[in-house]
Design a protein around this ligand. Structure first.
Ligand code: GLU
Length: 428
């Protein structure tokens, strides 16, 4: 537990304020960009499987759409708050800007625990969320996508509801759809692969060969699994993964010092990426406390779970050997911990650059949907590599040129682009 209560939105605003100062932004631009432009809060009454009615709170926050329609996922989480969604929507604005795709930033959330919801109840929630927001989202306004605990099936239910309401086929309403139903090949892999594309570039900069490096991963969801896959393909070794255990209401770290076997772990994971405790131990994994992933003697840390993972409480546990952190999650590092990482000279690939592969592929999905012509997986992943690598190089050039920390350099590029778009439109 951290000493101060954590508020993701306060953190996103603190990061913004620091760079607004650095850029010398005028007051109206700061006032416009440090708050979301619009937000929607609603209650969703759902008929549960046992016949009772239950009311869920839900949100959609549109931070900024100066560079294009709002874009961002929708999360299902029991601890979701409006401030978390606000922060995530702001991070989406910077993420789309740093990779230079013509989209703005939005985010949605429903306070719920999918572990205890049947698929029928989840479908009802998806459809109710779309009914609540159907007139304020859409292909040219705001385009949702998957995020924590939502997937392609949820996107298809949402699309179906939207198309039923609007009476037509609008595949551009949502991304992360199933392949064959308007989805893009490679979208499932995109976020995790993007993390490793940027990691590969960072290793090049540091003069380290990927082959023979070791890494520790927090999380075992979609992002973590695909990051592990590609990192192992380029010759890296993962010594542990950690995951949340819903039954025990705590996280565990599973370690195998000679390297985890991704295929074997996938076989014992549920759809939320929770590993079966007993089977993991039977496979020879050590079961350690949830936080143990951060104190491993490795070269690279990949936080790929949720926000607020590297804090002032645990940053001191990071091994001296760690040279690089690639943030697969959104907002994993608090500003206090970030300060320590910067002082220690650890190379950080900030979240909104490292994990931008998902939304970049969503953009490629929109392009394919609009053409109604779908590319092979290699073509999609090749284009993703080109876009995210170019963004990484632009950020690292900026960091060198202006002697900035990587996170600040990424922010300088992203905020300057969004501020310019607002100015050019005559908003401020
Ligand atoms: N939810 C993902 C993210 O945080 C992807 C968003 C999208 O594809 O719109 O970046």
């Amino acid at each position: 537990m951290s000493s101060k209560p954590f508020n993701a939105f306060a953190m996103a605003q603190a990061q913004f304020d620091k760079v607004a100062e650095l850029l010398g932004l005028d007051q109206p631009t700061r006032d416009l960009l440090r708050q979301p432009m619009r937000e929607y809060h609603f209650s969703l009454p759902i008929r549960m499987d046992d016949g009772t009615m239950k009311v869920f709170r839900a949100f959609r926050v549109q931070h900024n759409d100066a560079r294009g329609p709002g874009k961002g996922g929708i999360r299902f989480h029991p601890q979701e708050t409006i401030d978390t969604v606000r922060a995530l929507s702001m991070w989406m604005t910077w993420k789309c800007a740093v990779v230079d795709i013509p989209l703005g930033g939005s985010k949605g959330g429903i306070i719920c625990s999918p572990h205890s919801l049947s698929m029928r109840e989840q479908e009802a929630l998806c459809r109710a969320w779309v009914r609540a927001v159907a007139r304020d989202v859409g292909p040219v306004r705001d385009v949702p996508a998957p995020d924590v605990m939502t997937n392609a099936q949820h996107m298809l239910w949402m699309l179906d509801e939207f198309e039923t309401i609007h009476g037509g086929r609008y595949p551009g309403f949502i991304t992360g759809k199933p392949v064959g139903m308007g989805g893009s090949r490679g979208r499932t892999e995109a976020t995790g692969y993007g993390v490793v594309f940027t990691l590969r570039e960072a290793l090049k900069e540091l003069g380290i060969r990927a082959q023979g490096t070791t890494a520790s991963v927090q999380g075992f969801g979609n992002v973590a699994q695909h990051a592990i896959d590609l990192y192992q393909q380029i010759g890296g070794k993962i010594v542990c993964v950690s995951c949340w255990d819903e039954g025990d209401q705590q996280a565990y770290t599973y370690r195998k010092k000679d390297g985890v076997d991704l295929a074997a772990l996938r076989k014992i994971a549920d759809r939320f990426g929770t590993l079966d405790k007993k089977k993991a131990v039977d496979l020879g994994y050590e079961r350690l406390p949830g936080d143990a992933w951060i104190e491993q003697d490795v070269d690279i840390l990949i936080p790929a779970a949720l926000e607020h993972s590297i804090t002032d409480e645990n940053v001191g546990k990071i091994s001296k050997r760690v040279k690089l952190i690639a943030e697969g999650a959104n907002g994993p590092t608090t500003p206090e911990a970030d300060h320590v990482l910067q002082e220690r000279g650890i190379f950080v690939i900030p979240d909104f650059l490292a994990n931008a592969g998902g939304v970049t592929c969503s953009y490629l999905e929109q392009v394919q949907s609009n053409m109604n012509y779908f590319w092979e997986k290699d073509e999609v992943l090749g284009k993703l590599d080109v876009l995210i690598t170019a963004a990484f190089i632009a950020v690292s050039d900026m960091a060198k040129k202006r002697k900035l920390y990587m996170r600040d350099a990424a922010y300088v590029i992203a905020i300057a682009r969004v501020a310019q778009a607002c100015k050019d439109r005559g908003w401020v």
